[in-house]
Ligand binder design. Sequence first.
Ligand SMILES: Cc1cc2nc3c(=O)[nH]c(=O)nc-3n(C[C@H](O)[C@H](O)[C@H](O)COP(=O)(O)O)c2cc1C
Length: 211
Amino acid sequence: MVDMTTANLPQSTVDFSLDQEAREALFTEARSAIAFDSGEVDAELVTRAWDLAKWGPSSMNTQPLRLVVARSDAARAAVIDAAMPGNRPKLEQAPLLLVAAHDERFHDHHEITAPGFAGFHERFESNPEMRASLATSGAMLQLGYLIIALRAEGLALRPYGGFDKAALDATLMPEGWRSEVLLGIGRPAAGDDQSGERRGRIPADLGVREL
Ligand SMILES: Cc1cc2nc3c(=O)[nH]c(=O)nc-3n(C[C@H](O)[C@H](O)[C@H](O)COP(=O)(O)O)c2cc1C
């Protein structure tokens, strides 16, 4: 028997909604972790997270986010030295440190990001102020995707804005990459009691207005 309530509606063949477990892992149960399991983080996991996060939307598909994986002792020390003193003991507990950055010359990759877009490179080349603003806002937007993607790969992390960006740019960053946020990442600890009680979140009735 044909169900007349749905017979004439277009049917989606794919259900993109995530189950409760996935929602908890990505959002409601995931904390900004300080303690981690002692295991190392494979480079492959970070690359896999990047390969998910890169699909998130960015303004004009500019994709200004870049990522430094501070794997060597020297790179790790440079990150910790640049951090505010209160953040250093927390960063030291993370098995792997990342630096999320923006590329101030993101427009040089226009053949990948904007093929056939006439005037794209010139538009950004001739306007460094607009470029800098878009590079920062776009990298921060993409960082949000990356945080969720790292969690989707089973990793825990804490972001850190408290560090001397100019100092880190001078000691560690590739030319033209400007640091934005540090990430301490690792495999989740069985019990992370250092993150403290979870602070409240703005509820929908305060944060959402339907007009
Ligand atoms: C951009 C950014 C900067 C942050 N800077 C710091 C920091 O400098 N030091 C720190 O301990 N935590 C820092 N945090 C972590 C936040 O305090 C934390 O994500 C927030 O309190 C929510 O915690 P929860 O995820 O455990 O609920 C930062 C988070 C973000 C997203």
